[in-house]
Design a protein around this ligand. Structure first.
Ligand SMILES: [Mn+2]
Length: 139
């Protein structure tokens, strides 16, 4: 199991490769607001644990294991953002809130949140009812 920090890297590398076709150390460092030397160190660890293959001049490529986890991590992030939106969290808080909790929930909890999203999506009136409650408690 990857640590929270490893998860952040795998997630970001997956996103960069999806968006640009490659992930450079400098891009990863920028995306995660860390020093390039920290990226190099982590990339070596991820290579050792077989999440990716790091070749100094060719750059890095996710292994099937790394890709599979990367995909799940991005799915989890997006699902939690959706959840935050549904429960009415202010847009400006959503990204940081998700970054703060995503590593600390079991996949069981993620699946149950998925059920809840489905519950709200199946009938838009349910979101309206929730908004009404929120409006009433504000007053
Ligand atoms: Mn994330």
């Amino acid at each position: 199991m990857p640590t929270p920090s490893m998860e952040d890297y795998i997630e970001q590398i997956y996103i960069l490769i999806e968006e640009k076709g490659y992930a450079r150390v400098s891009d990863i460092a920028e995306a995660l607001s860390v020093h390039p030397s920290s990226v190099t160190k982590m990339v070596q660890k991820l290579d050792k644990d077989e999440y990716l293959v790091y070749e100094k001049y060719r750059g890095l490529v996710l292994t099937p294991k790394g890709k599979k986890i990367g995909k799940r991590l991005v799915f989890r992030h997006d699902l939690l953002e959706q959840f935050m939106q549904i429960i009415g969290v202010k847009q400006e808080n959503i990204y940081n809130d998700v970054e703060g909790i995503e590593h600390h929930l079991s996949w069981d909890a993620i699946d149950r949140i998925g059920d809840l999203i489905q519950f709200f999506e199946e009938d838009s009136n349910r979101v309206e009812v929730l908004r009404q409650i929120q409006k009433n408690t504000e007053e």
